[in-house]
Design a binder for this molecule. Structure first.
Ligand SMILES: *[C@@H]1O[C@H](CO)[C@@H](O)[C@H](O)[C@H]1NC(C)=O
Ligand SMILES: [Cu+2]
Length: 228
C-alpha cells in the first residue's frame, strides 16, 4: 500500500514536467485581456514552471519580472481576476494580493507592503482527503471598495501542494499585473507582508503532506484577507 502510493507520486512527478501552467491573462473591466497584457512578464515568459524557494525575490512576481506594457485603470469595488493558459494540474489554494507603488509603478519593483484581498482554500475536507478547485480556468474577486486610489501591483498566486511534504517542495505559480485603482476610498489596508519574507518554508500551509495522514484543516499562507 505504502509502496504503491510512492510509485504513483513518482509517476505523477515525471508527467508534470511538461504540463505546467501560467496565469497569463488579466481579467478587469468586464474583459479578459490578451496574453501578457498589463502583466509583468517573467523571464523567460514562456517558462511555466514553479518558484519553489519562498526566500527568493522570485516569490514576489516570478523570475526577473519586466515592467508591464501599460497600467490598466480599474474602479475600486469592481471585479478583477486571472485566467490560466492550461488546466491547473496541481492541488492547492489560490490567493490575490495588492501592493501600492510609492510613486510611478513602472519604476517600482514591488518591494513593499502587500495585503491579501482574496483567498480560496480547499473546496472540501473529509476523512478520505482534501479537495481543491482544479476545474476552473478563471478566478475572479473584487478590489475592496475602500482601497485608496493609486497604482498597485495585483499579484495572483496558486500553490501546488502535491510535493509539499518536502521542504521547498511546494510549487508557487504567480503573476503580477499593473493596475491603477480609481474612485477608491480611505481604507487602511492590512495586515501586510513582504515578498520575500512573508512566507516561510516551514509555514503550515507551505510544508504539509496533504495526502496522509489526511489533514483536518488547511491554513492558507500569508496574512488575513483585508475586506475593506
Ligand atoms: C490613474 O487614474 C487617475 C484617475 O482617473 C488618473 O488621474 C491617473 O492619471 C491614472 N494614473 C495612471 C498612471 O494611469
Ligand atoms: Cu508541478
Amino acid at each position: 500500500m505504502k509502496v504503491a502510493a510512492t510509485a504513483l507520486v513518482v509517476l505523477a512527478s515525471a508527467s508534470q514536467a511538461f504540463a505546467h501552467y501560467r496565469f497569463n491573462q488579466l481579467i478587469a473591466n468586464g474583459q479578459t485581456y490578451p496574453d501578457g497584457k498589463y502583466i509583468r512578464k517573467w523571464t523567460p515568459y514562456y517558462w511555466n514552471g514553479p518558484i519553489e524557494d519562498v526566500s527568493l525575490p522570485d516569490i514576489r512576481c516570478n523570475a526577473n519580472p519586466q515592467t508591464a506594457d501599460g497600467t490598466v485603470d480599474v474602479a475600486a469595488g469592481s471585479t478583477v481576476g486571472f485566467r490560466v493558459d492550461q488546466d491547473v494540474i496541481h492541488p492547492g489554494p489560490y490567493t490575490a494580493y495588492l501592493a501600492k507603488a510609492p510613486t510611478d509603478i513602472n519604476n517600482w519593483d514591488g518591494n513593499g507592503d502587500w495585503f491579501k484581498i482574496w483567498e480560496q482554500g480547499p473546496t472540501a475536507i473529509s476523512s478520505s482527503g482534501i479537495s481543491w478547485d482544479m476545474a476552473n480556468r478563471e478566478w475572479t474577486f473584487k478590489i475592496p471598495a475602500s482601497t485608496p486610489s493609486g497604482q498597485y501591483l495585483l499579484r495572483f498566486e496558486h500553490i501546488g501542494l502535491h510535493g509539499a511534504s518536502n521542504t521547498n517542495g511546494a510549487q508557487f505559480y504567480m503573476s503580477c499585473a499593473q493596475i491603477n485603482v480609481t474612485g477608491g476610498g480611505n481604507g487602511r489596508p492590512g495586515p501586510t507582508i513582504k515578498f520575500p519574507g512573508g512566507y516561510k518554508a516551514t509555514d503550515p500551509g507551505v510544508k504539509i503532506n496533504i495526502y496522509w495522514p489526511v489533514p483536518t484543516q488547511y491554513i492558507i499562507p500569508g496574512p488575513a484577507v483585508w475586506r475593506g
